[in-house]
Design a protein around this ligand. Structure first.
Ligand code: ADP
Ligand code: MG
Length: 687
């Protein structure tokens, strides 16, 4: 028996890289694909694109130098011949493939210059004494220096020695037509000879269905457990007193939409409870989330608690600050502004106000969760564009409520309201966001005019200049968004680009006042440019993607996005949402550079054909997978390894209802199942 003690530290380190920390983890390290070494295909029958194993005699062996050093061999069996090509090879391979050798090769056939060929096939000596495999050969996800054979041996050992008890009761398996766990696992690691590789690779074989179901069930269970635990924690009761909130409602120049009223009510009720709210407020760009957040903040304030209002960028945070000042000052409240770029003196003053409780609401960027910031009595945390923040950052803010309220019960924590304009497709909401409560604003304020979207090739840039000129001379305003740069020195290039574009536009449009806003501008200057644009003193605002989120200038009705092919769907949708906020007919011009990659073409098509953020998000999920939608890189959310949210919606539905059932009727079963799947995976949990 191989015990961890017998595995070398170097191998252990490589296994850890694959997420394998315990022997039981080996069981769930499942093959990525399979190679079929169970039979030999006659060379004549090979089809391009097909992976096959062939056997024959080497009849030619040559190192060719055009276009680059390549080992070219010809393999012949009694049906035909095939070229084997190697771009990287060792001298030993030239020998192994010497003329006259009997060779077995496995690889993907394709049509090459001289006829059918395989590039970098796996080769070994052939002949009668080399038995064929009895079943498909599993190919595991691995890492450099960890051979398939080593992994296979470790996994098979784990399969033989670890009990594979089924975590699900037989009755439940029968009801759901689920295969047995042990059988499924064994079959996936060592398929029986009668199974075709395609049946397993499509992942709709019963064995895969079982594993995927188990994975989804574990995810659902952990989310539910987390949700239940939250309900055991304490938060301040922020009852709706309708004092300050009523005053703001009366001062607003508009009525809340039905949708705004509905979500506000959900929030009102939630924060009046004594356990922490964790609510996600979803609403498309321009749906009016800010005022809802402000009203929630006022409810906390009228109960004597403080509010932290956080946004991911300085521009957005500052805009919220200005808006809140406009709304709250007449009510006798004094918001403070806190950002990393404040002068030391001002920062200290802000921090003092927050600690002393002389301010009721602090608005800012991530500077708000620095350790030097302590609240007197934080009751509500509002996070705009929540997906831009990492889990750690939100945790830090939540803990501020605890650490700094000595007069309150120790475990008390603030309510959390997270906002996002990135709609969450149903399956994502059901899985990764299952522990959050979601409120959706599904209606835009009245009086918006639809935005016309145009796709224009960069070759017609001059025409776009004319369009900008015409719109601005007609009294409207425009944005010109500079291309996104992805290289390592992105910021510098982005800056140069923005400056060059600004100059180009200033020269081409001498009769217009053109402003420039980019990430490197000192905050005061940036604020001045934004204010001038807002006041209508600038016709055209050239900007890097700093304006991506939240900027609100209703008179702006033309948006030009330069190099739109480089941007993601969510970003394009957000940017486009900056126009169409007033009564004027609005237009978004997507300037793109030829040639377009397949993905870029697909994205531009989606954004051109759709205006509904929900549909765009759904398409985005299909194009990119959930990782990027969730901002997984920074949030640390563990991805599903086997189930696929775009394909396994039915399984997810089942898993969801079974999770509820188990937690209610069979908590032991739930615990055992979680233990198998989640023993070390706290990263499935949200904060
Ligand atoms: P987002 O949801 O994208 O954050 P905002 O809160 O910035 O949207 O609101 C977008 C615009 O809609 C703002 O100009 C805001 O004043 C306006 N607005 C919000 N609610 C209403 C409403 N009920 N009626 C009319 N205009 C509204
Ligand atoms: Mg907003």
């Amino acid at each position: 028996m191989i015990t961890p003690a017998k595995i070398s530290p170097a191998t252990l380190a490589k296994l850890a890289k694959l997420g394998i920390h315990h022997r039981a983890d080996l069981l769930l390290h499942l093959p990525l694909r399979y190679e079929d070494e169970t039979h030999l295909a006659p060379i004549e029958t090979l089809q391009a694109g097909e992976t096959a194993q062939v056997e024959g005699i080497i009849t030619h062996n040559e190192v060719a130098y055009r276009p680059r050093r390549t080992l070219v061999c010809r393999l012949q069996d009694n049906s035909g011949e095939l070229y084997l090509r190697f771009l990287n090879f060792y001298p030993s391979q030239i020998k192994q493939l010497a003329v006259g050798q009997k060779i077995r090769a496995i690889g993907e056939a394709r049509m090459g210059y001289y006829g059918m060929e395989m590039v970098h096939p796996k080769c070994r000596a052939g002949g009668e004494d080399t038995p064929l495999q009895q079943s498909l050969t599993p190919i595991y996800p691995t890492t450099a220096g960890l051979a398939q054979a080593v992994l296979r041996k470790l996994i098979n050992n784990a399969l033989e020695t670890i009990p594979l008890t089924d975590t699900l009761p037989a009755a439940l398996r029968q009801k759901l037509h689920l295969a047995d766990f042990a059988d499924s696992l064994r079959l996936l690691h060592n398929p029986t000879p009668d199974i075709a590789a395609s049946a397993l690779e499509e992942r709709n074989h019963a064995a895969w269905q079982r594993i995927k179901f188990d994975e989804l069930l574990a995810q659902q269970l952990s989310m539910r457990v987390h949700h239940q635990e939250r309900n055991k924690r304490k938060a301040p009761k922020l009852a709706a007193k309708k004092l300050l909130t009523q005053q703001l409602l009366q001062a607003l120049p508009y009525q809340l939409t039905k949708a705004q009223q509905k979500v506000l009510k959900e929030i009102n009720l939630d924060i009046a409870k004594t356990h922490p709210m964790q609510r996600l407020l979803l609403g498309d760009v321009g749906s009016g989330k800010t005022v809802v957040a402000a009203l929630a903040a006022l409810q906390a304030i009228e109960n004597g608690y403080q509010v932290a209002f956080m946004a991911p960028t300085e521009i957005l945070a500052e805009q919220h600050y200005l808006k809140l000042q406009e709304w709250l000052q007449p009510l006798g409240l004094a918001p403070v502004w806190l950002s990393g770029s404040l002068k030391k003196k001002d920062k200290t003053a802000a921090i003092d106000h927050i600690a002393a409780g002389t301010t009721q609401i602090a608005v800012g960027t991530h500077a708000l969760f620095q350790t030097s910031v302590t609240f007197k009595n934080l009751g509500l945390v509002i996070v705009d564009e929540q997906h831009k923040f990492g889990v750690q950052q939100r945790l830090a803010l939540r803990n501020k409520g605890k650490a700094t309220a000595p007069d309150l019960q120790k475990s008390i924590e603030p309510h959390q309201l997270m906002m996002s304009a990135t709609p969450i497709p149903r399956t994502l909401a059901m899985s990764y966001y299952a522990d959050l409560d979601v409120s959706t604003i599904d209606e835009l304020p009245p009086g918006r005019t639809p935005i016309v979207t145009k796709l224009v090739s960069d070759a017609r840039r001059a025409e776009v200049f004319e369009r900008v000129r015409a719109a601005c001379l007609a009294g409207r305003q425009a944005y010109w968004v500079c291309p996104l740069i992805e290289e390592s020195d992105a910021l510098e290039v982005e800056l140069q680009n923005a400056i060059a574009t600004h100059q180009q536009l200033t020269e081409a449009l001498p009769e217009l006042k053109v402003g420039l806003a980019h990430g490197r501008l000192p905050p005061a200057e940036k604020a001045a440019v934004m204010a001038a644009f807002k006041a209508g003193e600038l016709h055209l605002l050239v900007a890097t993607t700093v304006i991506e989120v939240g900027v609100d200038v209703p008179n702006a009705s033309l948006m030009v996005i330069d190099h739109a092919e480089r941007m993601g769907l969510a970003q394009l949708h957000q940017l486009r949402g900056r126009v169409g906020r007033g009564a004027a007919e609005s237009m978004c011009v997507l300037l793109f550079m030829q040639p377009l990659s397949e993905l870029a073409r697909e994205r531009l098509k989606v954004i051109y054909e759709n205006t509904d953020g929900f549909i765009i998000a759904q398409q985005d999920l299909q194009l990119r997978g959930p990782g990027e939608l969730l901002g997984a890189r920074q949030s640390g959310v563990a991805m599903l390894r086997f189930a696929d949210l775009t394909e396994d919606e039915d399984l997810l539905e089942q898993a969801r209802s079974v999770a509820d059932e188990l937690l209610r009727d069979a908590p032991d079963v739930a615990r055992a199942h979680l233990q198998r799947w989640m023993a070390n995976k706290h990263d499935f949990l949200h904060v």
